[in-house]
Write a protein that binds this ligand. Structure first.
Ligand code: HEM
Length: 480
């Protein structure tokens, strides 16, 4: 009996050792070649994923980048993230290279956690899916459409502030900013505007956002597992909305131009096909995520910085009050009003520089190529990072100083300010985001001054930046 147990144990140990050896060998073999960028590759499977994610959890995602840039004295370094051999490209020249070589030398790529959370076709990582999305969005994001949204955004902002801010002494900024941008997206993308209907999506979206960029371990309790479940729930609810809309369009109870959902149902793709219901559900899900989580992070940090910098608050307040005073009672904000919010937009951009909602994104090398003397093998993942330029003193002197004047005149040098990415994959929602952020700032400063309740609240980045306790603030309404 004892003999059998020892044999089994020995067999098990041998098996584990062989498996480890194979993994280790395979891991190292991913990194053999001449002239690869300098860098560390970490352990098999996890590579440097924990370091990459944990600098964000500690609130300093740029540390992962800057530590390695200085250790290897290079703007390109190799690493291994999310089980993949990768190179991190830092600085303006690297951004330019990646953004201008889309679909020539590189193509977009997302970690497997993203692909698994969106199991069918939502991810815009595959070229054909990105193309579909790019074909559909311009109609929705064209200047005439955007101009129409300003009034709708204003109406929803007024409703949001009346429901959640007015008559409150203290509020928690982060969840309210999310609610505001989600209300807008729900209204403009799928014409959902009953607060009851919208609220049932709030928790699932929270869970989804928390697990998209995570270790893809699908076990009960992990963020990844919760995100997969939340994604399935949201998709089911969206399918109900889509089916109902088809009926409403057929019975002329809904308009073909009322929102992006009608647009998707009625527009053929290049091959003359209409998108399937599931495909539409996945695309809308992606837009709802991309379109609200990012802007809500920006709105939250605007509240934080305006609380910390009274002189910046005063200048934004003066600009916004001049616009408010020019309006007749009940008159909604319009496109021209938003063009006048020049200083406020400089402030918002400085916030996007210091706290970019997306830290960067991945590409995949389509072929072997050489850049800056380093060989990049086909299939390697490449990461561009906003912080490598946003927090670099060479591009932004005294990078930690909040200074909206950096955006006056010609503004920052090309490829140094990249919160929306660049090149063919630059964020198609950039202008939409500008509008919703400015409308938010208008209503915020018109109503209140505020102070932070927790003076030293920690910031975490997971994967978006957020104050650890949600940024509680005390509100002081203006005396009329
Ligand atoms: C402050 C707000 C926002 C920020 C900071 C932001 C940032 C970004 C960035 C950096 C990318 C490029 C990723 C890459 O290089 O692969 C991107 C892509 C994208 N964004 Fe945004 N975004 C914002 C708002 C929005 C909004 C409001 C929408 C929709 C209405 C949107 C929809 C998209 C889509 C669909 C893509 C994928 C484009 C493609 O892969 O071709 N974003 N966004």
């Amino acid at each position: 009996m004892e003999h059998l147990f020892l044999s089994l144990l020995l067999g098990f140990v041998t098996l584990v050792s062989v498996a480890f050896f194979v993994l280790f060998y395979k891991h190292r073999s991913n990194f053999t070649g001449t002239n690869l960028p300098p860098g560390k590759i970490g352990y098999p499977v996890i590579g440097e994923s924990i370091e990459f994610l944990s600098t964000g959890w500690k609130g300093h995602p740029e540390k992962f980048i800057f530590d390695r840039m200085s250790k290897f004295s290079s703007e390109i370094f190799k690493t291994s993230i999310f089980g993949e051999p990768a190179a991190v490209f830092c600085g303006a020249a690297c951004n330019k290279f990646l953004f201008s070589n889309e679909n020539k030398l590189v193509t977009a790529w997302w970690p497997s956690s993203v692909n698994k959370v969106f199991p069918t076709s939502q991810q815009t990582s595959s070229q054909s899916e990105a193309k579909k999305m790019r074909k559909l969005l311009p109609g929705f994001m064209k200047p005439e459409a955007l101009q129409r949204y300003v009034g709708i955004m204003d109406t929803i902002a007024q409703r949001h502030f009346a429901a959640d801010w007015d008559n409150q002494k203290e509020i928690l900024t982060f969840p309210l900013a999310k609610r505001y941008t989600f209300w807008l997206a729900a209204k403009l993308f799928v014409s959902l505007d009953d607060p009851k209907d919208i609220r049932k999506f709030e928790d699932p979206f929270q869970l989804l956002a928390g697990g998209i960029i995570s270790m893809p371990i699908d076990l009960p309790g992990t963020p990844f597992h919760r995100a997969i479940k939340a994604s399935a729930y949201i998709r089911k609810e969206l399918l109900k909305i889509i089916k109902q809309r088809k009926v409403d369009l057929a019975e002329a109870k809904a308009s073909p131009t009322q929102d992006i959902l009608s647009h998707m149902l009625l527009t053929c793709t290049d091959d003359g096909q209409y998108m399937t219901e599931l495909d539409i559900a996945d695309k809308i899900l992606g837009l709802l995520i991309g379109g609200h989580d990012t802007a809500s992070a920006a709105c939250t940090f605007i509240v934080k910085y305006l609380a910390e910098l009274p002189h910046v608050y005063e200048a934004v307040y003066a600009e916004q009050m001049e616009i408010a005073k020019s309006k007749a009672p009940g008159e909604l904000l319009n496109w021209d009003d938003l063009q006048k919010m020049k200083y406020s937009w400089c402030v918002a951009q400085e916030v996007l520089r210091l706290a970019p909602p997306l830290q960067g994104a991945f590409r995949e090398a389509l072929t072997d190529f050489v850049f800056n003397g380093f060989s990049i093998p086909k299939g390697w993942k490449l990461y561009w990072s906003a912080n490598s330029t946003h927090k670099n003193a060479a591009y932004f002197p005294q990078p930690e100083k909040f200074d909206p004047t950096r955006f006056e005149g010609n503004g920052p040098a090309p490829y140094t300010f990249v919160p929306f990415g660049g090149g063919p994959r630059m964020c198609p929602g950039k202008e939409y985001a500008r509008l919703e952020i400015l409308v938010f700032m208008h209503h915020l400063v018109k109503r209140f001054r505020w102070e932070k309740i927790l003076p030293e609240e920690k910031i975490i980045v997971d994967p978006m930046p957020m104050p650890a306790k949600g940024l509680p603030v005390r509100l002081f309404p203006h005396q009329l």
